[in-house]
Design a protein around this ligand. Structure first.
Ligand code: ADP
Ligand code: 5GP
Length: 200
């Protein structure tokens, strides 16, 4: 247990831009980072593990979580609900971990209200065509869901100015290094020093 309180790191951007892929690489390299496991009503994709990738819950359970104030933020996205459980996040922050929230834009805006000092990063595709290709290549969506996600992506891409950091995910290695640099710069902020000051 340290006295340091962790920081909230938000990563957002359109579906298929590579948020999960960047995160996986960054988290493998930095063990002081934790991932905030969201609750969702969407079905698990092949290979996704309950409690690791998401808490897969029914709509009834999700509504109950909302009603009981268990979620820090939540939003509906592409026909499903997603939300950040509040307690596990607070626990990890108090234990000194920096916690990454991979969330869509409405959720990120809500976190700006509750954690204004968090780090907000928007991942940008090199082009809309590249985004389409990546989403198609991932092969997780039906044609209808894919069209819906791409429609949403157009609106999301217009919001990039609301975020402090923009990382273009063209070459994956560069995007990973950029995100590591953002996190590192975040740790060096004056506000972090004041928050965790112990000595002099
Ligand atoms: P998101 O989490 O933003 O929805 P993913 O991480 O699932 O996106 O990435 C979508 C697809 O794009 C995956 O198949 C992934 O392997 C691929 N991908 C991610 N980043 C790159 C990149 N820089 N170059 C090429 N393909 C990428
Ligand atoms: P996917 O279904 O592709 O895993 O996620 C769809 C979108 O939901 C992504 O943009 C992802 O960042 C977002 N998302 C995942 N968890 C949460 C959450 O807890 N809250 C919000 N607001 N969005 C989330």
């Amino acid at each position: 247990m340290t006295n340091k309180k962790g920081q909230v790191i938000v990563i957002t951007g359109p579906s298929g831009v590579g948020k999960g892929t960047i995160l996986k690489n960054v988290m493998e390299a930095d063990k002081s980072l934790c991932f905030s496991v969201s609750a969702t009503t969407r079905a698990a994709r092949p290979g996704e593990v309950d409690g690791v990738d998401y808490y897969f819950v029914t709509r009834e359970r999700f509504d109950e979580m909302v009603k009981d104030g268990e979620l820090l933020e939540y939003a509906e996205y592409s026909g499903n609900c997603y939300g950040t459980p509040r307690k596990p996040l607070e626990k990890l922050l108090n234990e000194g971990y920096d916690v990454i929230l991979d969330i869509e834009i409405q959720g990120a805006r809500n976190v700006m209200k509750t954690f204004p000092e968090a780090i907000f990063t928007f991942i940008m595709p090199p082009s809309f065509e590249t985004l389409e290709k990546r989403l198609l290549k991932r092969g997780t969506e039906t044609p209808e869901k894919m069209a819906l996600r791409l429609e949403t992506a157009k609106r999301e891409l217009e919001c990039f100015k609301e975020f402090q950091y923009i990382i273009v995910n063209d070459k994956l290695e560069d995007a990973v290094e950029d995100f590591k640099a953002v996190i590192r710069a975040g740790r060096c902020r004056c506000s972090e020093y004041i928050k965790n000051k112990r000595g002099i």
